[in-house]
Design a protein around this ligand. Structure first.
Ligand SMILES: *Cc1c(COP(=O)(O)O)cnc(C)c1O
Length: 463
């Protein structure tokens, strides 16, 4: 399969080249030229499959001839081997036809492991085949960094540099990154904000001349198509376990960069009968305002109890726009180029989005109340991101006759502050494999907010 840019002016790429790049040269994001579609009969046959086998069926059409069936199966086997629940993505019921899809059983306790364990294995395989060694560089406000490091730490052909804002990630999040002492892992604590980190990564991708000869940068954030692709799988997995294709299923997704929920949209395009996709936001509600009022004006960033959703510009929204504008790259480029005024969607486009997308905003206080209420109702403990999804689902779902699946994006132990506010007397222990997290030796480099200095550090480490 070939992959094309959302802005229509970059060359099309193979699956392998798409995975091993960053943005397209025209500034767009790569998407498949066409989507595979599954018939009702094919979807019915997915019920009861092991997670890895289901992943194989969903992902294989995108990969085409770039990997043999055995190679892909082997990569998937390695990707989900370190999940601590044999169902990989188990469903738990919390109310009448309300289900929690637990996506936090991977090594770093957040759903990002689904894509980044896979991406690490995929990189390693493709790079060995090519005999190439690359440099992964990424910025994180918390969860992406640790999941990327866990995904790449055992990869022979990767050196990974993760920038995080010094003293501005939680201790659990920091230790999950800095406690990995592998020779190919470099944590940079930048004296600056998350945006400063991200700007440095962007500038480094744009001009890679600071790298030693023969090395190049590869992206691990959700602009990388392989991350979105890996996330399509659990929508199918949950839906067939709840009666699809003979029943409609709905999903509520705590949303930041729009990667996770966009995977749900793709699952629907590929034939899964989804009625409602709920965009659940915290106080940083630009996507909610966009869907409800066509208001795409930026507002100052608020630091919330759900930090992984504290995002102003959702990069993957561009992939949706490309689809809504009938895959017209020039139209998308024009829409995004005019920075003089906030983006305005055509009425026709907005109406199309509203056929499937619903949205709701949940502030910190309601988040805490939801954690408490759900615990009182069912003794189920939600993390703050998941709580936002549950509350939004309860507010916008049309009926309880169809299943509503709330994606649980993190384990509550990862965000103890929010949980302590809801249930002050309750301890939430870290899972067994992380019990020693606070005793682990840490390694990181604190650097000033200076691009040349960061690049010099990287060049020396690679030299
Ligand atoms: C990354 C993240 C999100 C947001 O996912 P997007 O794909 O960026 O929309 C939600 N919850 C948690 C816990 C996360 O780590």
């Amino acid at each position: 399969m070939r992959f094309i840019s959302t802005r229509g002016r970059a060359p099309s790429l193979s699956f392998t080249d798409t995975v091993l790049t960053g943005l397209a040269t025209d500034g767009g994001l790569y998407v498949p030229e066409s989507l595979p579609e599954f018939s009702a009969e094919e979807i019915r046959a997915m019920a009861g499959l092991d997670y890895r086998e289901l992943a194989f069926r969903i992902i294989q059409p995108f990969v085409g001839d770039d990997l043999s069936d055995d190679e892909l199966r082997d990569i998937l086997e390695r990707s989900y081997r370190h999940f601590r629940h044999s169902a990989v993505a188990p469903l738990v019921q919390t109310d009448t036809n309300e289900w929690i899809l637990e996506l936090f059983h991977g090594p770093t306790l957040a759903f990002k492991d689904f894509a980044l364990q896979f991406l690490g294995q995929l990189f390693d395989h493709l790079l060995k085949k090519r005999g190439e060694r690359v440099v992964v560089m990424g910025a994180t406000s918390g969860d992406t960094g640790s999941a990327a490091i866990e995904g790449c730490r055992h990869c022979d052909n990767i050196d990974i540099f993760i920038l995080h804002p010094h003293n501005r990630v939680s201790e659990v999040q920091r230790r999950q990154m800095t406690g990995v002492l592998s020779d190919n892992v470099f944590n940079i604590a930048l004296d600056g904000s998350f945006d400063d980190c991200q700007n440095m990564v962007k500038a480094s991708f744009a001009d890679q001349s600071f790298l030693p000869d023969g090395r190049r940068l590869v992206a691990v954030n959700s602009i990388n198509w392989a991350r979105i692709m890996a996330q399509i799988v659990y929508y199918f997995y949950a839906a067939v376990n709840l009666g699809a294709p003979d029943k409609m299923v709905n999903f509520s997704v705590p949303t930041g960069n729009f990667g996770d929920i966009f995977a749900g949209y793709l699952a629907r395009q590929m034939g899964l009968p989804i009625d409602q996709l709920v965009i659940a936001t915290n106080a940083n509600d630009i996507l909610h305002r966009c869907i409800s009022d066509n208001d795409h004006s930026p507002r100052p960033l608020v630091h919330s109890l759900s930090p992984s959703m504290d995002i102003m510009v959702s990069s993957n929204f561009e992939r949706l726009l490309f689809d809504l504008y009938d895959r017209d790259g020039a139209a998308v480029a024009e829409l995004l180029a005019d920075r003089s005024a906030p983006m305005q969607l055509d009425d026709r486009v907005l109406a199309k989005a509203r056929e499937v997308f619903y949205s709701y905003r949940v502030d910190d206080q309601r988040t805490v109340e939801t954690i408490r209420r759900v615990f009182e109702e069912s003794e189920y403990l939600l993390d703050p991101h998941t709580a936002i999804g549950v509350e939004a689902a309860r507010k916008v779902r049309k009926s309880t006759e169809q299943p509503m699946v709330c994606l649980s994006t993190a384990h509550p132990a990862k965000f103890p502050d929010a949980v302590a506010r809801a249930l002050p007397t309750r301890e939430i222990p870290l899972p067994a494999h992380m019990q020693d997290l606070f005793q682990r030796e840490e390694r990181m480099k604190v650097l000033p907010n200076d691009l040349a200095g960061v690049q010099r550090f990287m060049a020396e480490a690679l030299g």
